[in-house]
Design a protein around this ligand. Sequence first.
Ligand code: HH2
Length: 285
Amino acid sequence: MTLRPESNWQCGPYRLALCLPRIMGIVNVTPDSFSDGGQNLDPVAARETAQRLIEEGADILDIGGESTRPGAAEVSVAEELRRVLPLLTALRDAGVPVSVDTSRVQVMHAALAEGASIINDVRALRAPGALDEVARSDCGVVLMHMLGEPRTMQAAPHYDDVVREVCGFLQARRDAARAAGVARTRIALDPGFGFGKTLAHNLALLADLASVQALGQPVLVGLSRKSMLGQLTDRPVDRRVHASVAAALLALERGASIVRVHDVAATRDALRVWASLRKQAQEDS
Ligand code: HH2
């Protein structure tokens, strides 16, 4: 069991202690997300989902206004804002940090003005102006690795050494964020499971997550209900809860600090069991 150094993740007014793993609950306000698409388009439904995830044990909520599943269609900035902002406004007093899953500078800007505490960017702030936008605020930020673009990323992803290349990319983006003025304590890194990766690539990254952790930032993973779990279990997307919980635990064992999940209640129970064993191990050492 990997024992992580005590650390905190600075996310706007929140300082999340990471001595215990954290759950990021997903609320996609999209018609086409691969798992919860269409469920939260109605603002009342979106708010109810968010509230339920908090009650089930989410430490963070992650709101997405554009699907990044392979082949997903792009939406306009105006449409992304129309989807995300009302829920963000409704969650101002939610009591947990709210993250916005976006790569667009205009959406980052509006979301931060509306109280978002975290920017979760699957493109790791590569859009022109994104580094400066985040540097101007005090939000937390997730820098994720993706090979290519969602529309084509699963066509034939190739790496000579997936772990080395993903770690090299994350290190470079972390250094770029630091150089732009983002404090190290605000940055989490994510290897980007399923983003331009075959099953073999995903498994290599999960097996060697310690290499991502060795970069010295909190590690966030998104494995929940993903197609790699479908490939391993032969289950459709709505029957991957057990595989998702297993994958979350395996990631924690290998050094992840934050798990981004759809099934908060099931994950929370598993994390409680995991954490009790970790406490025991610490007391024994
Ligand atoms: N995965 C998805 C979206 N955003 N962000 C991070 N940091 N890590 C991930 O692994 C990640 C992410 C894809 O999952 P989901 O949001 O459920 O689906 P969709 O992109 O279809 O909305």
